[in-house]
Structures are given as structure tokens and as C-alpha cells.
Design a protein around this ligand. Structure first.
Ligand code: GDP
Ligand code: MG
Length: 163
């Protein structure tokens, strides 16, 4: 069985960009606005000869406003349930949001390995802003740039460790 990695996070943080980076496919729709990729999306990736499955998600339905369980797309919950590891993507340039905290709370209850990827960190990987994401209680924030391919390798190594 190939390990399964789910990409989770609020809209526009760069999940689909990361999906494309991991799978080197053009299948996921990369939006310049929030919320376009609504469905789960599967792809295959490979690193150091190890193969894995990655699931892109649409994140949250943007038109709902109250409560994690109402907001979180059913597809995202299913993706987390299917996953061996979750990459929780946040946006360094946008900073922490209430939705990030809601997602963190949900993921704590999901009992999965979670990696916290602080995306859009090109040129900012040493910034003290990265440390602000410790507040989510999801462990060490890992600066990455999905668009530029930085930090992706070590992120994957951590996600796949032991599989
Ligand atoms: P999703 O809604 O989480 O799937 O986010 P997308 O992958 O559609 O990306 C949302 C926006 O963020 C797009 O305009 C991307 O080009 C941009 N983006 C994604 N990754 C990066 C990154 O590493 N750096 C920067 N600066 N922008 C990024
Ligand atoms: Mg997307």
C-alpha cells in the first residue's frame, strides 16, 4: 500500500499548487481566487524511489460561516480519514487566521500525523513570522514555497517517515 498524504487548509493558501508540485501533474485546478477546487483530487507522487498518493482538497466552503464541522467540506473530512499523514497548509504572507485555528482544532481530534507547512515562504524562510504558527499547536512550522519548490523535499521526508 502506498502511503496517502492529504493536503488540508483554508482556501488560497496554496494546496493545489503544492499538489501540482508533489504530483507534477496539471490536473488540480490552481485558482487565483479562493475556493475553486471543491472536490477531492487524487494524484501520485514519488520521492527517493518511494511512491505515495496525495489528495488535494477544496478546504472550506467559503459561503458557510459558523463552526468547523459545518464549514469543513465533507470531502476534506473524508480525505483526512483516508490519509496516513496530513499536510496542513497555512499562508505565511496572509498570517494566522481564525480558520487556521479551527482546522488545527479539527486535526487534533483526527489522530493523524500532521505536518504544518507554512507556504509562500520564498525569501522568508528565516523570518520570525514563521514562528507565529507554533501557536496552532501543530508542532514545528515548516517553511515551504510550493510555487518555487523550496522546502518540499524535507516536508515530504517528514510526512513519509516510517512508511
Ligand atoms: P488553494 O486554494 O489552497 O488550492 O490555493 P492555490 O494553489 O489555488 O493558490 C492560491 C494562490 O496562491 C495562487 O495565486 C497561487 O499562485 C499562490 N501561491 C501558491 N503557492 C505559492 C507560493 O509558494 N508562493 C507564493 N508567493 N504564492 C503562492
Ligand atoms: Mg485548490
Amino acid at each position: 500500500m502506498k502511503p496517502v498524504i492529504a493536503l488540508v487548509g483554508r482556501p488560497n493558501v496554496g494546496k493545489s499548487t503544492l499538489f501540482n508540485r508533489l504530483t507534477k501533474s496539471r490536473d488540480a485546478i490552481v485558482a487565483d481566487y479562493a475556493g475553486l477546487t471543491r472536490d477531492r483530487h487524487y494524484g501520485e507522487g514519488r520521492v527517493s524511489g518511494r511512491e505515495f498518493i496525495v489528495i488535494d482538497t477544496g478546504g472550506f466552503e467559503p459561503d458557510c460561516s459558523s463552526g468547523i464541522f459545518q464549514e469543513m467540506a465533507k470531502q476534506t473530512r473524508q480525505a483526512v480519514a483516508e490519509a496516513d499523514a496530513v499536510i496542513f497548509v497555512v499562508d505565511l504572507r496572509a498570517g494566522l487566521s481564525g480558520q487556521d485555528h479551527d482546522i488545527a482544532q479539527y486535526l487534533r481530534g483526527a489522530n493523524k500525523r500532521v505536518l504544518l507547512a507554512v507556504n509562500k515562504a520564498e525569501g522568508m524562510s528565516e523570518s520570525p513570522l514563521v514562528s507565529e504558527f507554533y501557536e496552532l499547536g501543530m508542532g514545528e512550522p515548516i517553511p515551504v514555497s510550493s510555487a518555487h519548490g523550496q522546502g518540499i523535499r524535507s516536508l515530504l521526508d517528514m510526512a513519509l517517515e516510517g512508511f
